[in-house]
Design a binder for this molecule. Structure first.
Ligand SMILES: N[C@@H](CCSC[C@H]1O[C@@H](n2cnc3c(=O)[nH]cnc32)[C@H](O)[C@@H]1O)C(=O)O
Ligand SMILES: [Zn+2]
Length: 436
């Protein structure tokens, strides 16, 4: 395929498009006008005759993947603490190292993750972390789309709490709508077990004042749920509901340990969930009731969580895990079929981040899409392309990536980033952390 220098309006011909719309796959062409998909269909539109064109032969186009929960700077801790239970992993391994992170460490860790995500077909991600102005800088440079949130652990003095909340608010004021609208912001107390109730209420108030969605970790482990009942007399869902958390558009990560009534509460309050199957398996947190949540009408998207609990950011793996685990656990092979897994990785991700016109290939949607190289053994025979994406593909199959109609990965290389420098600086940052 010969690629274009992104003229304002152009057409991809001879392509196969897995649209993530109900109905699945289009063989034909797609017209891109600036940052928007203007047309997709089997027939070439009359007025497209003279447009600059690209031959899509040998490529499978699909919407860019949306990674709805993670901590990008933690790629610096990949392989640093494995095979541990959540609370010990956080308290003994992650938090002591993270306390040493400088804003430069965050910049290079985040850049490493951004490079990994882009090259494996993710075009939008959520990041909950500290030093978020540096993450925003990395996102802006990369050309990627992101929902960024200054996550706050409130197990500290009141003064410190005030400083962190002020930091979260000032980050939101500076960056919401930044990078030509590619950056949006959420407000995030880290979790009910790391933030006192009154402090969580301050975040809810700030989200109201700034008109932003809320995000948090919720009901990730059974121990956390028991602890919440001991401390506050309520399970985390009722606890957060009581604190007004669900009075805002909100999205919670994990939601592993839920009873039927809690699933109904999430559905009734339109609370979206980021399901993180790889991280939940690795930390043995349990298996979320995804088929039940989907049936109840909850928007369930997919996230990797950080590279310290995954240990990569390949969203094809998360789609495959989501499609497989829930079959295995329920004994029902019709649970989470391929198209639903693809929609969890794309459209439902966009919806859970409260981003509009994003997540499928259809006229009027944002032109965030990727092309997989399907001239490979594991894409044959050419039967069901949605099945191939979910059950056979991997991030390494991604060849080109566009965000807002602009090409940012071409022939597996990031056009916006200095890949060698990022690899060097990330390794140096990790060595610096070990030495301090
Ligand atoms: N250092 C910050 C808080 C950062 S929010 C992101 C936090 O989430 C933590 N984290 C990563 N994965 C998980 C998970 O699966 N569950 C709960 N916390 C996690 C991570 O270690 C990091 O400390 C402060 O100033 O308060
Ligand atoms: Zn997390």
């Amino acid at each position: 395929m010969t690629t274009t220098n992104s003229p304002k309006k152009w057409i991809i011909k001879n392509g196969v498009f897995a649209t993530a719309e109900q109905g699945g796959v289009v063989h034909g062409c797609m017209v891109i006008d600036g940052g928007t998909i203007a047309y997709i269909g089997a027939e070439e539109p009359e007025d497209a005759r003279d447009l600059p064109s690209v031959d899509g032969k040998g490529l499978l186009f699909m919407p860019g993947l949306v990674n709805s929960h993670g901590h990008t700077a933690m790629s610096l801790l990949r392989g640093y603490g494995d095979d541990m239970v959540l609370q010990e992993w956080l308290q003994q391994k992650m938090w002591p190292m993270e306390a040493k992170f400088t804003s430069n460490d965050v910049y290079w860790g985040s850049s490493l993750s951004i490079m990994e995500m882009l090259k494996s077909g993710t075009t939008t991600f959520l990041d909950m972390y500290d030093h978020m102005d540096r993450v925003a800088e990395a996102v802006e440079k990369s050309g990627m789309r992101a929902s960024l949130t200054r996550g706050v652990i409130g197990l500290c003095s009141e003064e410190e709490q005030e400083r962190k909340l002020a930091d979260a608010i000032s980050f939101a004021k500076t960056w919401h709508g930044g990078a030509d609208g590619r950056i949006t912001v959420m407000m995030s107390p880290h979790a009910p077990y790391t933030c006192p109730p009154a402090y969580i209420e301050r975040f809810v108030q700030a989200a109201h004042d700034l008109d932003l969605p809320l995000h948090t970790h919720m009901s990730e482990t059974a121990a956390e749920v028991e602890q919440n009942v001991r401390d506050y007399g309520l399970r985390p869902v009722a606890h957060l509901e009581k604190l007004g958390f669900f009075s805002r558009p909100s999205m919670v990560a994990h939601a592993v340990h839920l009873n039927d009534e809690e699933i109904e509460t999430l559905a009734a309050n339109k609370v979206a969930v980021s399901h993180n199957p790889g991280s939940n398996l690795k930390l043995a947190s349990g298996v979320a009731k995804v088929p039940q949540m989907l049936k109840a009408g909850v928007v369930v998207s997919l996230g990797t969580d950080s590279s310290a609990s995954n240990n990569n950011l390949d969203m094809f793996e998360e789609m495959r895990l989501a499609a497989l685990i829930h079959k295995g656990v329920s004994g029902d092979p019709t649970a989470v079929p391929a198209l639903e897994a693809l929609r969890m990785g794309t459209l439902y991700g966009a919806q859970s981040l409260y981003l509009e016109n994003l997540g499928t290939l259809a006229a009027g949607m944002k032109a965030d899409f990727v092309a997989l190289d399907i001239e490979q053994a594991h894409f044959l025979p050419r039967t069901d392309y949605v099945s191939h994406i979910v059950y056979s593909a991997a991030g390494q199959d991604v060849r080109h990536v566009w965000v807002d109609g602009r090409q940012i990965v071409k022939n597996r290389e990031c056009l916006t980033l200095d890949e060698e420098k990022i690899r060097f600086e990330a390794q140096a940052a990790f060595e610096g952390l070990l030495a301090r």
